[in-house]
Design a protein around this ligand. Structure first.
Ligand code: ZN
Length: 395
């Protein structure tokens, strides 16, 4: 269940702004921000319910319903703690390998660790990938030992289940299916064997996609022919693996096509700007007729405060042009992605691909340095994909 899909130890993605993405922060553990996704509440309820009504009554008969409920809640909490420890295992080893860990998010399928930066070697990737499953194995063995020590029936039930689930978690995560931990171990091994990072990613991604299809087919067959809900669950996990594996392949292909390009190489320098306190009428007379761009950065006292889209100006009735200000019509700064000149183009593309964010302000020490649109990056991508054309003419 736990996997790090969509996290990309291979190429850092970072989020500077907190989006409304259904996650909330619960605290920091050893310097790593830990966040919970709302989907976890549903999973938590499902686990408590299936333990209380199914697993515990059949495993440890003769206890009261309230005891089963208490056992269920306790076991579910320790299960979440186990997933967190698995992720912290990755984080701590990553930090020792010199990779910054942004945050850990716990959600439907376990944990996702967000890393910044790249692995310096196949060995580093191997150690980071393996550390999570090793934590799960250690926890599993610990709980099994507790269960074997013949504690009271209630403690025995909780410990036995936690031992079992942690070992299952370790085994599942060790499948060589990218983006699972085992897929990363495989990627590291391939990388080490041939010394080619991109090739290793392609092969690992294809194997990961193969597992994805296999899970979907198997899950659908179980669901259709046996009416089993575990089948639906398995198919869902397969779909998730498929998406994750594809995303990794796409990221590396994009990264290769964009070469070492940075935001400064692609952005539009000194774009035409508008003053926040200027009226729409003034903007139309002074700027819009002569330039005809689709977007204009908005400045207030020399500092960027937003973006003015021509489309939203065009929607304003003419009668309001002389009373409405640019400030009231613009997209405010907290809704516009901001980049620095030094950021890698491939990471900028990730930011620009977010819904409603196809333009970003490039800001340097609070001052506007340029404007970057998704089409600027897409154009560079086209150039990069043409095999014979090198990036030499881009300086
Ligand atoms: Zn893991």
């Amino acid at each position: 269940m736990a996997s790090e899909g969509l996290s990309r130890p291979s190429g850092g993605t970072k989020r500077k702004e907190r989006r409304m993405d259904g996650n909330f922060t619960i605290g920091r553990f050893g310097g790593v921000e830990v966040r919970l996704n709302w989907s976890l509440i549903a999973v938590f309820a499902l686990i408590v319910w299936s333990l209380t009504d199914g697993v515990f009554p059949s495993q440890n008969p003769g206890l009261s319903h309230s005891t089963y409920l208490a056992m269920g809640i306790f076991a579910a909490l320790l299960f979440l703690a186990s997933i967190l420890l698995h992720e912290l295992g990755h984080s701590w080893v990553a930090r020792r390998e010199g990779i910054e860990v942004d945050s850990i998010t716990l959600w439907l399928f376990g944990g996702v660790s967000q890393f910044k930066g790249r692995f310096t070697s196949a060995g580093a990737e191997f150690r980071v990938a393996l550390s999570g499953p090793l934590v799960s194995i250690a926890l599993g063995v610990l709980f099994v030992l507790i269960a074997l020590a013949h504690p009271t029936s209630a403690v025995d039930g909780v410990a036995a289940w936690l031992g079992y689930i942690n070992l299952i978690l370790a085994a599942f995560n060790l499948l060589p299916a990218s983006p699972l931990d085992g897929g990363r171990v495989l990627h590291a091994a391939l990388w080490r064997a041939k010394g080619d990072f991109a090739w290793a990613t392609r092969v690992a991604s294809e194997i990961g996609q193969g597992f994805g299809y296999l899970f979907i087919a198997l899950g659908l067959a179980m669901f259709i022919f046996q009416g089993s809900f575990s089948g639906a669950w398995l198919a869902f996990i397969g779909w998730y693996l498929l998406q994750g594996a594809r995303a990794e392949a796409r990221y590396v292909a994009t990264e290769q096509a964009l070469g070492g390009l940075r935001v400064r190489d692609l952005m539009v320098r000194d774009p035409v700007t508008v003053e926040a306190d200027s009226t729409i009428g003034r903007f139309m007379d002074d700027v819009a007729w002569s330039h005809r761009f689709t977007t204009y950065p908005v400045l207030d006292g020399g500092r960027p405060v937003g973006l003015l889209a021509f489309a939203s100006v065009a929607a304003i009735p003419r009668a309001e042009w002389d009373t409405r200000r640019v400030r009231d019509t613009m997209i405010s700064l907290d809704e516009v992605p901001q980049l620095t000149e030094d950021e890698r183009a491939v990471d900028a593309l990730t930011e620009l691909s977010a819904p409603r964010a196809n333009r970003a302000l490039v800001v340097d020490n609070g001052h506007l340095a340029g404007l970057l649109s998704i089409t600027d990056v897409a154009r560079a991508l086209e150039v990069g994909r043409r095999p014979a054309q090198a990036q030499g003419n881009r300086g």
